[in-house]
Design a protein around this ligand. Structure first.
Ligand code: MF3
Ligand code: CO
Ligand code: CO
Length: 261
């Protein structure tokens, strides 16, 4: 069953979306070569709880940390660790999910650490464009397959592959609810989008083959061929007119208080 959010619920989804977006922005501003992903985890945790939020990943099906940190060949669900150091030339995805007044906001972004090889920079740029393309087709009457189709077309056009096994998802009171948003598909197929739906789009794009492998820690997903992978994620709301990105904020909404933990 797909949950259609009420006006009141949508207001809270807007609030939590901004909280998650601001947390992600703060973390991005504070990345440094030599830092460990555990340090990022600590910043994320403190930033979230100081604002009255709850980091959704902490304890989620046993996940041990307050965000996911996925570097280079890690596709998603990387676990912050004090041995995992940021090196010049790395790419790092930070995936932040916040709970506020019982609702979830979920967003992620891939950051460039120092000087990244041009072909990897291109992968990251195109992956962000894949997310934007997916969002661009979201409106009442469109179908879920339209989202996957446009993402797949753009990624394949650049010779990249799209991860099949992990998807976007409905979101609200639950972290993951119906529907699944697969990042491949056929235009005109799948569930029709309706006003009041809230879901994530979060394409994972590989420079090599699409296949993935789960590491022994039970969480970390890597590319089977060790090729690098990028991801971007937003939580979106279907409106009467089209859609609204919930996990963003405008320049004037960023205050001095947002600058510090
Ligand atoms: N934030 C991820 C998503 O976009 C889910 C992380 S679940 C965790 O759906 F348990 F790995 F943290
Ligand atoms: Co998500
Ligand atoms: Co996420």
């Amino acid at each position: 069953m797909i949950n259609i959010k009420s006006a009141r619920e949508i207001e809270i989804m807007r609030e939590v979306g901004k909280m998650a977006a601001k947390t992600l922005h703060f973390l991005g501003q504070n990345l440094k070569i030599g830092m460990t992903t555990e340090e990022i985890n600590k910043m994320c945790h403190e930033y979230t709880v100081k604002r009255g939020g709850i980091p959704a990943t902490l304890g989620y099906h046993g996940f041990p940390k307050s965000l996911c940190t996925s570097k280079n060949e890690v596709i998603c669900h990387g676990i912050p660790n004090e041995k995992d150091v940021l090196n010049n030339g790395d790419i790092l995805n930070l995936d932040v999910t916040t709970i506020w007044k019982g609702f979830h906001g979920d967003t992620n972004k891939t950051f460039l650490i120092g000087n990244v090889k041009p072909e990897i920079q291109k992968l990251v740029e195109v992956t962000e464009k894949c997310l934007q393309a997916g969002i661009s087709v979201c409106r009442p009457g469109a179908r879920i397959g339209d989202i996957g189709a446009i993402i797949e077309e753009l990624a394949h056009g650049h010779g990249y592959s799209v991860v099949h096994e992990y998807c976007g998802h409905g979101i609200g009171r639950l972290f993951h609810e119906e529907p699944q948003i697969v990042h491949v598909g056929k235009k005109g197929t799948g569930t029709e989008l309706r006003p009041g739906m809230t879901f994530t789009i979060e394409p994972m794009i590989n420079i090599g083959k699409r296949h993935c492998k789960l590491l022994d820690d039970g969480w970390t997903v890597v590319t089977k061929d060790k090729s690098w992978s990028a991801q971007f994620e937003h939580t979106v709301l279907i409106t009467e007119e089209g859609c609204e990105i919930l996990t963003q904020f405008s320049h004037d909404e960023w205050t001095v208080d947002d600058e510090k933990i």
